[in-house]
Design a protein around this ligand. Structure first.
Ligand code: SF4
Length: 381
C-alpha cells in the first residue's frame, strides 16, 4: 500500500516571536476548536487521496499546536486512526512550546498515541530568549523536557537556533552541551534566518542589534558537526542530528520526496506531480470550509524537471546523500540530468560517491546551498 504522511498545520501561537514569519496568529485562541473540527472535515473530504494509503507518520506542526486543549488534538488523531490507515508503530509528532505544556497535558497526549515531542527551546540564555520574544525561559525548557519524559515520551527533539544577536561560538557550544545534558534523542540546529518585515530584522537594520559575522556563524555550525557526534548524535541531515534509530521519519519522507497530505490553513500537499497549498489565513480557511466544504487551493502540476530538481535538492540534504539507484528507477540515470556538473563538483571535492549514494563532502556541508545550486543550475529553466 502507498505511504502517505499526514501533516496538520496549526496556525496559532500565544504570542508572535520577534524573528518569525511563519503563517501563525496570536490572540485567536477562540478559533482553535472550530479550526480543528474544520481540519477533521477537510481530511474526510480528501478521502480520494488517502483511501488507498497507509499513514506512516502524522505531524502536528505550527504555530504552536501544544496551545490547543489536549482533548481537541486527541480527537483529531482519533479521526485519523478511525480510518484504519494509521500504520502500526506510526510516528506521531507534536510540536510544542515549552511555555504551553505541563505534565498532565503531556501525559494525556502520550496516552492517546502521540509518541514524539518536538520542543522549540531555541537557546539557553534567558536574555536571548527574551530578545527573541519567546514566551518561555531556560527553567521552563528544562521543566518541559523533564515533564515530557515523566509523561512517557522517550522520543524528544529540541529545536535550537544559532547565529543569534551577540552570540559567540563559546556561547553556542555551551548551549549545545546544555541541550545534550537534557538527554534528547534528536536535535535540530538551524542558523537564524533574518526574515524581512519581522521586528528582529528591523532591529538589525537599524543597528540596534548586531548579528555575528558570517565566519563566526559558519564556525557555530562546525561546532555542532564536531561536538554532537561525540555525544552519540549522528548528523543525518544538514541541520538534524539523532541518536541511532531516532531520525525523524516524517521529515525523512519529505527529504526523500515522498507523498504527504497537508491539512489546515497554510498547509501544502504533494502527491506525485500534484501539489497544492491551502489559504494561509485561518479565518479565510474557516470561511471556505463552512461555505464550500473544502479550502480554495493553489493547484500546480509539476513538470518532470521540477520533480527532478526537488529530488536532487532534498536528497542531497541527507548526509547519506541521494540514492542514485532509486532515482534512476523513477527518472532515468542521474547522469542524464546533471552529469557534467556532478563530475566537476566531484573533481573539486564538493561532492562524493559512497555506494549507491551521491552526497555532499564534509567541507560542502558548510556551503550546501551554493554546492547544490551549482549542481542544479542546468535544471533551472
Ligand atoms: S512560537 Fe514558533 S510559530 Fe509561533 S511565533 Fe514563535 S517561532 Fe513563530
Amino acid at each position: 500500500m502507498r505511504e502517505l504522511a499526514i501533516y496538520v498545520h496549526f496556525p496559532f501561537c500565544q504570542k508572535r516571536c520577534a524573528y518569525c514569519d511563519f503563517p501563525s496568529s496570536a490572540g485567536k485562541e477562540g478559533l482553535i476548536p472550530p479550526y480543528l473540527a474544520a481540519v477533521a472535515r477537510e481530511f474526510a473530504a480528501e478521502e480520494v487521496h488517502w483511501a488507498e494509503s497507509l499513514f506512516p507518520t502524522v505531524f502536528f506542526g505550527g504555530g504552536t499546536p501544544s496551545l490547543a486543549p489536549p482533548d481537541e488534538l486527541i480527537r483529531l488523531l482519533e479521526t485519523f486512526r478511525a480510518t484504519g490507515r494509521l500504520a502500526e508503530g506510526a510516528e506521531v509528532t507534536l510540536e510544542a512550546n515549552p511555555g504551553t505544556v505541563d505534565r498532565a497535558k503531556l501525559a494525556a497526549l502520550r496516552a492517546a498515541g502521540f509518541n514524539r515531542l518536538s520542543l522549540g527551546v531555541q537557546c539557553r540564555d534567558d536574555g536571548l530568549l527574551k530578545l527573541l520574544g519567546r514566551i518561555h525561559d531556560r527553567r521552563q525548557a528544562e521543566a518541559a523536557v523533564a515533564d515530557a519524559r515523566s509523561a512517557g515520551f522517550a522520543n524528544i527533539n529540541l529545536d535550537l537556533i544559532f547565529g543569534l544577536p551577540g552570540q559567540t561560538r563559546q556561547e553556542w557550544e555551551a548551549t549545545l552541551k546544555w541541550a545534550v545534558g537534557l538527554g534528547p534523542t534528536h536535535l535540530s540546529c538551524y542558523g537564524l534566518q533574518l526574515e524581512e518585515g519581522t521586528p528582529l530584522a528591523a532591529a538589525v537594520a537599524s543597528g540596534q542589534l548586531r548579528l555575528p559575522a558570517e565566519e563566526e556563524t559558519a564556525g557555530m555550525m562546525e561546532t555542532a558537526m564536531v561536538l554532537l557526534p561525540e555525544f552519540g548524535y549522528e548528523q543525518y541531515e544538514i541541520s538534524n542530528y539523532a541518536k541511532p534509530g531516532y531520525a525523524c521519519r516524517h521529515n525523512q519522507l519529505y527529504w526523500e520526496r515522498g507523498d504527504y497530505l497537508g491539512l489546515g490553513a497554510g498547509a501544502c500537499s504533494t502527491l506525485g506531480f500534484l501539489r497544492w497549498s491551502n489559504p494561509a489565513d485561518p479565518e479565510a480557511y474557516l470561511r471556505q470550509m463552512a461555505v464550500e466544504g473544502r479550502p480554495n487551493r493553489d493547484l500546480e502540476r509539476l513538470s518532470d524537471r521540477q520533480a527532478v530538481l526537488e529530488e536532487i535538492m532534498l536528497g542531497l540534504r541527507l548526509r547519506r546523500g541521494l540514492d542514485k539507484v532509486a532515482f534512476a528507477r523513477r527518472r532515468g540515470p542521474l547522469e542524464n540530468w546533471v552529469g557534467e556538473a556532478a563530475r566537476y563538483l566531484i573533481a573539486e571535492g564538493w561532492l562524493e560517491t559512497a555506494g549507491p549514494y551521491l552526497r555532499l563532502s564534509q567541507k560542502a556541508v558548510l556551503v550546501s546551498n551554493a554546492v547544490i545550486g551549482r549542481l542544479c543550475e542546468a535544471l533551472i529553466d
